[in-house]
Design a protein. Structure first.
Length: 437
């Protein structure tokens, strides 16, 4: 940590912005290409990157397999819908608890415990699938437990980057993590159907179990990540202190509010089945609609080198969130499927940029002793806001029309970004170079 502080002081003296990358050679292509510097310079990050990438792809396959198996057992769309309801409580509660634990204990140990727990859930899924009559209740229980374990460990994972990469490489590291998560979101479900057809449900779950070998090895090889000396003990009071910090930091609070506004008013995924029926093509079209935002984010992550040079990161979040809303307005007016998919891809690219900048601001503006709690709050917000947005979109569409729900949501998103920018001027003034100096 002393070496990291000396690096930060040197960067500040040279005028380089904290969290942003120094200039890169190679002209325009060099500036826009994905920055691989963290992979080259940080062995812990490199191991974590590949270990988590393997596990994420396999996890997306399991994400498809569980509802598929449930439908095969019950032939009820209601039962499948209730499966997703089981994840709501752990997504809202466990990141907050996990954040307090991440600040109070060694984050590497917490990650090992959560990964082992997650692997055991996949083992249980494989055992259940191998039974002559797999238990439906087990799928609900294991989905609940798996989400809880994942959510408990997420703050430790999201808050460790400043410990294993240099401060000026945080944007690049966040972009690289988004690369494998977006790739998994696109490739995992597509591969899931093929894997289930090829090796069956038991074999599919066992592949997921095997993938944890890579993720566990990458975490085991991490350096020790003990709590900061000034960290609070894990308690309800320490959790409250995390919320107080967010409330006192206008930039952190501002980016949370901007993203919440974008997700509540501009989240149309609940409408995709109906929109797919409108365009025709059945489930294939619906699949394209769900995949398009992640495909756009994946392409944006490949050409994300320029994001590391953004100084006004708060302004960047506002612009990216407004661009998300603008793309959804275009999507709402689309009369051709190709244009609708293009608008969704643009929306996904804008959301990727917003997410990278938001994660970087959280990590650089939050002291290490509070990073677990603040990243836990961030994850809860990211998980909960789209759920509310889908409810809002579905209710409004039922009262008006699909187009009105989507277009009005996009316009409300843009207007909300403007109002929040006016209400929180510190968000627009936030300059990482000034922060460094």
């Amino acid at each position: 940590m002393a070496d990291e502080r000396r690096d930060d002081e040197l960067l500040a003296a040279e005028g380089e912005p904290v969290g942003a990358a120094p200039p890169r050679a190679g002209g325009v292509l060099g500036r826009v290409a994905l920055d691989l510097t963290p992979l080259r310079e940080s062995p812990p990050f490199r191991r974590l990157f590949f270990g988590q990438a393997i596990s994420f792809v396999a996890g997306e396959v399991t994400w498809v397999a569980v509802p598929y198996q449930l439908y095969q057992l019950t032939h009820s769309t209601l039962d499948v819908g209730l499966l997703y309801l089981t994840t709501l409580v752990p997504l809202l509660v466990m990141p907050i608890v996990g954040g307090a634990l991440a600040d109070a204990f060694d984050r590497r140990r917490l990650l090992l415990v959560s990964e082992v727990g997650f692997a055991l859930v996949s083992v249980a899924l494989a055992v259940n699938a191998s039974l002559g009559q797999p238990r439906v209740w087990a799928l609900y229980l294991l989905d609940f437990v798996g989400t809880a374990v994942f959510s408990l460990g997420t703050p430790s994972m999201r808050s460790l980057l400043p410990r294993i990469v240099k401060q000026e490489q945080l944007v690049a590291a966040n972009a690289l993590e988004s690369l494998y998560s977006n790739f998994a979101a696109v490739a995992g479900p597509a591969a899931g159907g093929l894997i289930i057809a090829g090796v069956g449900l038991t074999g599919t779950y066992l592949i997921d179990v095997a993938s944890f070998t890579a993720s566990l090895a990458s975490i085991w090889l991490l350096p020790s990540l003990p709590a900061a000396p000034e960290a609070d003990r894990a308690s309800f009071r320490s959790i409250v202190e995390g919320f107080r910090f967010v409330r006192r930091q206008p930039v952190v609070l501002g980016i949370f509010l901007v993203d919440t506004n974008a997700m509540i008013f501009g989240m149309p995924m609940a409408l995709f089945p109906a929109i797919g029926a409108h365009f025709g093509g059945g489930s294939k079209t619906v699949g394209f609609l769900f995949a398009a935002p992640y495909a756009g984010a994946l392409i944006a992550s490949i050409f994300s080198g320029w994001v590391g040079h953004v100084r006004r990161q708060g302004l960047g979040v506002v612009i990216a969130a407004a661009a998300w809303g603008a793309a959804l307005v275009g999507f709402g007016y689309a009369t051709a499927l190709w244009f609708a998919l293009a608008m969704l891809a643009l929306a996904g690219a804008a959301d990727f940029i917003s997410a990278v900048l938001r994660s970087t601001i959280v990590l650089t503006a939050t002291p290490d002793a509070l990073r677990g709690r603040v990243t836990g709050i961030e994850f809860t917000q990211v998980a909960a806001a789209p759920t509310l947005g889908n409810v809002e979109a579905g209710v409004l569409a039922s009262l008006t029309s699909l187009r009105f729900s989507i277009v009005s949501g996009g316009i409300a998103c843009i207007a909300g970004c403007g109002l929040l920018a006016l209400a929180i001027p510190a968000l627009l003034r936030y300059d990482v170079k000034a922060t460094a100096t």
